[in-house]
Ligand binder design. Structure first.
Ligand SMILES: [Fe+2]
Ligand SMILES: [Fe+2]
Length: 177
């Protein structure tokens, strides 16, 4: 089960890497692919936020019951809600920018904030919390977590990439070679 969470982190990281390239294009006056940028943000809303966060929330709830690293865990749980707001805001802003209603400077600020926050969240989980979960959760606990795994497939990295994400998947693969 921890393997599933780690693999999802790898997928998120590869997705962020591609978004970072788009962000750097914007900073370097090369025209980024705004539709790809939007696609990345929509994917983050559609899968990592809907499928990955709830599993972690369950793992963190178990750790909180055992009173382990309480402050950090509470921060990560509230981070999930905040990250979802940051993502929603970024999606709206990319769409508004394409319509000419949101400045490039503000979009750069939002993109850098999004990338930093997402990565910082991953690092804390990988450094502090996943190792703790591996040490602390019992087989029975992991079974409970397993039981809330959503039915849906990852539309980008799942067994079959959904048609509307094929281009995104190819770009991610290409960017992470
Ligand atoms: Fe998380
Ligand atoms: Fe995570």
């Amino acid at each position: 089960m921890i393997d599933k969470l780690l693999t999802e982190h790898d997928h998120i990281r590869r997705t962020l890497n591609l978004l970072e390239m788009q962000f750097l294009d914007l900073c370097r006056n090369k025209k980024p692919d705004f539709s790809m940028m939007r696609s990345i943000v929509v994917y983050v809303q559609e899968y990592p936020e809907l499928a990955h966060h709830p599993l972690e929330d369950m793992v963190y709830a178990i750790l909180l019951e055992r009173e382990e690293k309480v402050d950090l865990l509470q921060k990560l749980v509230s981070d999930h809600t905040e990250l979802e707001q940051v993502t929603r805001n970024l999606r709206r802003s990319v769409e508004a920018h394409v319509q000419g209603d949101f400045s490039e400077g503000e979009l750069k600020q939002l993109l850098s904030k999004f990338l930093i926050r997402q990565r910082q969240h991953l690092y804390i989980e990988e450094m502090e919390i996943y190792p703790l979960a591996q040490r602390t959760l019992t087989k029975e606990d992991w079974r409970k977590v397993q039981s809330v795994v959503p039915q849906g497939n990852d539309p980008v990295f799942g067994t079959r990439t959904r048609e509307d994400y094929e281009l995104l998947y190819r770009e991610i693969e290409e960017n992470n070679k």
